[in-house]
Design a protein around this ligand. Structure first.
Ligand code: CTP
Length: 403
């Protein structure tokens, strides 16, 4: 999943031959989960049709302040478009448009929108090599960067003129990953590693049977997504689950039993910045695992169980600079029990789930939590989607912990 998911992207296209590549660029943004609106300079329509771009973006394409072909035309509001955008990308950006942007010369909708935009603005220059090197172009680049815009440098290669040099617009894939990396680098957990346990554990009775629980792993995955949105690299140690999630910043380590989870966690715990234990780890396991399937019989079967290792508690004991977060699932005296767990396991934060609350607990897409930090500050949250709860947990970690 890309950090561009859910973002509103305004793509400004100017009149350069590289405009033909913007069909792929729109497609890649949409594939990444972004909402895309396109503004073209009038001359850019000579290079790629608005129909192609509106079809790919599933939105109207804007190119003038009013649409002259439509007698009921409305004013295309550059201020509204500018405010709608989470980021604006001008690609290809010609020398002419860059100079207008640098001078604040808003004689077309694209530049007027750029001047109204409050979001980060990226520009991907595309022009012939001598234009690219010209001092006036360099001056535009410098001025635009000084204003806080982000340049996606042109590449070296064969140009439309047949000459070879610097000036080719970066390839659409390169533009997308450049923007994704910039967004991630600007996030508060960039360069941090978060270890998350999730899902149930299965404790073998014999080769076919196990002791398990109803945990779906959804809460752990929601926390992982929220951590990734904040730029973190996530190591997820996950028991058997139907949930799945793929992201460049996510490494999945699949385990089965509490012992496997314990070993996987301790392989990495020493080198992580934050550890969040959302797994529903079995507290007991059969003392003996039968080598062969236990046969049916008329007499009662007694299984002797032994405690598993408490992974969270062991992390609390070994804690150095890590921020350690645990969950507590309680049915009665919830707050007191959760505070006891927080202290006993040496945690920085505990997330209390109460099975008593409707819509909270195993298998649902919602949860109702109370957050308690090590100073015993208590914040009770309303019922929310697990994704929102994941974000609340990560925001609380950011607020309370000095990372
Ligand atoms: N936990 C763990 N290893 C275990 C048991 C629990 O890491 N063997 C972690 C869970 O992931 C959770 C926290 O400990 O973050 C609390 O789990 P919970 O089941 O609420 O509490 P327990 O400590 O198991 O105590 P009890 O079941 O008696 O309430």
């Amino acid at each position: 999943m890309s950090v561009l998911r859910g973002k509103n992207i305004l793509l400004g296209i100017t009149a350069g031959i590289a405009a033909y590549k913007t069909a792929s660029l729109v497609r890649l943004f949409v594939k990444a989960g972004a909402e895309v609106k396109v503004i073209m300079t009038p001359a850019a329509k000579e290079f790629i049709t608005p129909l192609t771009l509106s079809t790919l973006s599933k939105n109207p394409v804007y190119s003038s302040f009013i649409d002259e072909d439509d007698e009921n035309a409305m004013w295309n509001n550059h201020v509204e478009l500018g405010l709608w955008a989470d980021l604006m990308v001008i690609a290809p950006a010609t020398a002419n448009t860059l100079s207008k942007m640098a001078q604040g010369n808003s004689d077309n909708l694209l530049v007027a929108t750029y001047l109204s935009a409050k979001c980060p603005v990226y520009f991907a220059p595309a022009m012939d090599l001598d234009m690219y090197k010209h001092p006036s172009t360099k001056e535009s680049f410098d001025k635009l960067r000084e204003y806080g815009n982000i340049m996606i440098p042109a590449e070296h290669g064969e140009l439309a003129s047949g000459l070879i040099g610097e000036g080719r617009m970066a390839e659409p894939e390169g533009i997308v990953s450049f923007i994704e990396n910039k967004i991630i680098e600007g996030q508060p957990l960039y360069d941090k590693t978060v270890l998350i346990t999730a899902g149930p554990t299965y404790e073998a009775i014999d080769p076919v049977r196990f002791i398990g629980n109803h945990s779906s792993g959804k809460m752990g995955f929601a926390v992982a997504k929220a951590a990734i949105d904040l730029g973190a690299t996530v190591l997820m140690v996950c028991g058997p689950t139907h949930e799945s999630y793929q992201h460049d910043l996510l490494k999945m380590i699949a385990v089965t039993s509490a012992e496997d989870m314990y070993n996987a966690v301790h392989e990495h715990y020493g080198s992580v910045d934050i550890a969040i234990m959302a797994a529903a780890v079995s507290d007991f396991r059969p003392k003996q695992v039968a080598q062969n399937k236990i046969k049916k019989s008329d007499t009662a079967l007694t299984l002797e169980l032994e405690p598993t290792k408490d992974i969270l508690e062991s992390c609390g004991r070994l804690k150095k600079d890590q921020i350690l977060v645990g969950f507590a699932l309680e049915t009665d005296n919830a707050i007191e029990n959760a505070i006891q767990k927080l202290k006993k396991k040496n945690l920085d934060l505990i997330v209390l789930n109460s099975l008593q609350d409707e819509g909270a607990g195993f298998g649902t897409d919602t949860n109702k939590i109370t957050l308690i930090d090590k100073d015993e500050n208590i914040s009770a949250m309303p019922l929310k989607s697990k994704l929102e709860v994941g974000t609340d947990i990560m925001n609380e970690i950011l607020k309370h912990c000095d990372v």
